[in-house]
Design a protein around this ligand. Structure first.
Ligand code: WT7
Length: 660
């Protein structure tokens, strides 16, 4: 690894030493183990014949035509279930209705304003998805066309996604917190011809507009033919010639639509994820393999019992967690889920626990950043609510530190619920490494073992397995059904990013350790992507945004450990001569980054420095900046062009605390 990349350096080593002290184990509850969907034998069965294992998983779906070849592997290009035909929306909706489960609730939707809720049965969903599919057809959307979706967490969001899937259009959901330029960039990259949005959504107790952002983005995207707008908040929106109201167009459509089968390898969606270079990567997922693995893992990892469980994944549908574990996996399994529109602190800090109590949620899937926030808010808050309906707890998005895991188990799970720490990525499409709640004796902070059918390993620089007790890079040795097929429009970048470190082995970009028992611990990214509140943000994107400000000459950005968000963005900037002394430059730049990239990318801290530490070849040494940002003593500075630079930088930094 290049010396200027962070891990497994400072950050990962810290995680490691923390984890090493962890001796606690939590055996599966006897009752859960006795009735578990998946038992220990499954590991052996899958290891014996991996493809036969995935064939059985695919047989859980309804195929219009069964596949003839399970896997075609021309590294690094995989095709799964070749010759198979299915309709993803039919699998998620219609088949449950046909099986007599039309009155089963698919979604309990809870709006942020108090008392604002909606219930959709599978029958309702079938009618709504059919209407939306007919509406898209009327707008001229055909199979293979791309549809950008920029929406709040309202039922029309999964309805829009399923409507695309139904007609074979490819959705590209863009998280509703992204800025106009980020949205425009994603609309352009996928060449989307339709945008689906809403006037706004409720956020922290007030309507938060989305439509103006879409207008700004679409003004620069001539290829967009129509903008379909859901009225959610009722706030005033400017009308453009491209706008069509959802309630005008969709409501008058027939609620019948005959779903045609699509090829297993037909594209289902594109989802953009930040890379180490500024331009986001359009991760392409296809149909049959993706649905097979999301459905199987949702059933296995959460031990889903569709007739009894009420399942809630708190992620935003704009991220992959929402795609796979709010929409496709749960619906394919006929689950009853909760969708919540708002934030955990509105109108009060017990909101999540009130929702658990109200719907008697039995499976909860959330992120370490949320868990750490709840810890900070205090044990007394969840203690006021009845959480006894819970039986399985999940975590995703970043390493969960043992304290947060144990707090989650005790204060939310009443010490009876297993915690499943699930490792995966936008690129993997579905969970890859996780405990199984009825099988695994979990260790706080460990993702434990690759799931059955997944061949994951911890390897060294050369791609050789490290022995038990060793650390290195996470690697995936065999293709899996939900894997990304490529980066949209850029096969070469797909090869370079994921498949060029070792021959024929997938490189996820994470550091990992295998402990003495052979269990896996994830240690964070080994490149310079920052993980803020469970979201990957590239340093380069933030740096480019900073440098686009007229007062900034140069910028270097690092992720510094933050007790709440996991990592927080700390930016070191060199100003241009035109910046006046006394300007509130930090506030100005933070606002600028928020405008350019969205609030999620806003640096916690902006430091104005006279110089940046660079290698002789001119690369910024982020490792040293991270030391400064985290108040550590400086590491090796001998490769610096000018080692006195670090003293100059340290002097600018009285303490690394938030200016928020
Ligand atoms: C990166 C993927 C998977 C959906 C949410 C994020 C980190 C994710 C874990 C975990 C340690 C984790 C990794 C991964 N990550 N889950 N359980 N333990 N790290 O999707 O934005 O594509 O990010 O999130 O670094 O590579 P994403």
């Amino acid at each position: 690894m290049a010396p200027e990349t962070p891990g497994p350096g400072n950050q990962t080593q810290e995680t490691l030493s923390n984890l090493l002290q962890e001796k606690r184990r939590f055996a599966p509850p006897a009752e859960l183990a006795a009735a578990a969907n998946v038992t220990a034998e499954t590991y052996a069965e899958a290891a014996e014949d991996r493809l036969a294992f995935w064939e059985r998983a695919a047989d859980r779906l309804t195929w219009a035509q069964r596949w003839d070849t399970t896997l075609e592997w021309n590294p690094p290009f995989a095709k799964w279930f070749i010759g198979g035909k299915l309709n993803v929306a039919y699998n998620c909706v219609d088949r449950h209705v046909e099986a007599g489960r039309g009155d089963v609730i698919a979604y309990h939707w809870e709006g942020e304003p108090d008392g604002d809720s909606r219930t959709l049965t599978y029958g309702d969903l079938q009618r709504e998805v059919s209407k939306a599919a007919n509406a898209l057809i009327e707008l001229g959307v055909a199979k293979g066309d791309r549809v950008a979706i920029y929406m709040p967490m309202i039922p029309e969001l999964p309805i829009a996604m399923l409507a695309c899937a139904r007609i074979g259009a490819v959705h590209s959901v863009v998280f509703g917190g992204f800025s106009a330029s980020a949205l425009q960039n994603r609309i352009d990259d996928a060449d989307a011809k339709i945008v689906i949005t809403a006037d706004g959504g409720y956020r922290r107790g007030a309507p938060s507009a989305l439509k103006p952002t879409v207008d700004e983005a679409v003004a620069a995207c001539p290829q967009v033919e129509h903008v379909l707008v859901v009225r959610r908040t009722g706030q005033e929106v400017a009308q453009t010639a491209k706008d069509v109201w959802w309630h005008d167009l969709v409501e008058r459509q027939s609620d019948q639509h005959d779903p045609q089968p699509h090829d297993a390898e037909d594209p289902l969606f594109i989802l953009y994820t930040s890379g180490t270079t500024g331009n986001p990567k359009g991760i392409l997922h296809t149909s049959g393999g993706y649905l097979t693995q999301t459905a199987w893992t949702h059933d296995a990892v959460f031990d889903l019992k569709p007739e009894q469980d009420i399942y809630w994944c708190t992620a935003d549908i704009g991220w992959v967690t929402g795609h796979s574990y709010i929409v496709y996996g749960p619906l394919a399994n006929g689950a009853t889920s909760v969708i919540y529109e708002g934030t955990p602190d509105t109108p009060h800090r017990g909101r999540f626990w009130e929702i658990v109590q109200k719907y008697k949620i039995s499976i909860l899937y959330t992120a370490p950043t949320a868990i750490r926030t709840f810890m900070k808010w205090g044990d007394d808050i969840p203690a006021k609510f009845d959480l006894t309906s819970l039986r399985v707890l999940g975590s995703v998005g970043e390493p969960i530190n043992p304290e947060a895991y144990v707090w989650y188990r005790e204060h939310i799970g009443g010490d009876r619920c297993p915690v499943v720490d699930t490792w995966w990525q936008t690129e993997t499409g579905a969970i890859m490494i996780s405990p199984l709640p009825g099988v695994t004796a979990g260790k706080p902070g460990a993702a434990m073992r690759p799931l059955p059918g997944i061949d994951a390993d911890v390897v060294d620089d050369q791609g050789n397995s490290v022995p038990d007790g060793g650390g290195g890079f996470l690697a995936i040795r065999e293709p899996w059904p939900a894997m990304l097929r490529t980066i949209w429009g850029d096969d070469q970048r797909y090869i370079d990013t994921y498949w060029s470190r070792w021959e024929g082995i997938y490189f996820p970009g994470d550091g990992a350790k295998r402990d003495e028992d052979g269990d896996l611990w994830l240690l964070g990214r080994v490149d310079d992507v920052m993980l803020v509140s469970g979201h990957n943000i590239s340093t380069t994107e933030v740096e480019s945004a900073l440098v686009s400000h007229p007062k900034v000459a140069e910028a270097a950005v690092v992720g510094a450990t933050d007790p709440v968000t996991g990592q927080a963005i700390v930016a070191f900037t060199i100003l241009r001569g035109n910046a006046e002394e006394g300007d509130d430059i930090a506030a100005e730049l933070r606002a600028h980054v928020a405008k350019a990239l969205g609030p999620i990318a806003k640096p916690r801290q902006i430091l104005v420095v006279p110089e940046l530490p660079k290698t002789r070849s001119g690369k910024i040494m982020r490792r040293l900046l991270r030391d400064v940002a985290e108040n550590r003593s400086l590491g090796d500075v001998t490769t610096l062009t000018d080692s006195s630079v670090m003293n100059l930088i340290s002097e600018q930094l009285p303490s690394a605390k938030s200016d928020d």
